[in-house]
Design a protein around this ligand. Structure first.
Ligand SMILES: [Zn+2]
Ligand SMILES: [Zn+2]
Ligand SMILES: [Zn+2]
Length: 122
């Protein structure tokens, strides 16, 4: 059984977490044997991401609740990602009203449209 060296995959770690999670789900289905090891690896990977300046850039703040605690796309159980703008929110914050970032982008687009109309006058 190969030993997973988290520090060795350091830079790729961020993208690696979803794979580990997938792995864990598969293992879950078959046997519980690898589970503690994988869970440990995932926990270690997440710990790295939280303190690594590079990985930290990939964090999100939920715009709906404005909570100061950051969220990451690999927190599959707690988060939901907008398929259009890729913004990340808490699952519990998701509302039927839709994605605030998309709305903002849409609004800004209209502003740009207006100003370009004004611009054609000069
Ligand atoms: Zn990192
Ligand atoms: Zn939230
Ligand atoms: Zn969106």
């Amino acid at each position: 059984m190969p030993v997973l060296d988290i520090d060795e995959v350091n830079s790729a770690l961020y993208n690696y977490i979803p794979k580990l999670q997938q792995c864990r789900n598969l293992v879950d289905l078959h046997s519980g044997l690898l589970l503690p090891q994988l869970t440990k690896a995932i926990r270690k990977a997440i710990k790295h991401v939280k303190k690594c300046p590079l990985c930290c850039q990939k964090r999100f703040v939920c715009e709906i609740c404005q909570s100061p605690s950051v969220i990451y796309p690999f927190q599959l159980d707690e988060t939901f990602q907008c398929k259009d703008c890729k913004a990340l929110y808490h699952k519990r914050c998701r509302r039927s009203a839709g994605c605030p970032k998309c709305k903002r982008l849409e609004k800004r687009k209209h502003l740009f449209d207006d100003s370009s109309l004004v611009g054609t006058h000069t």
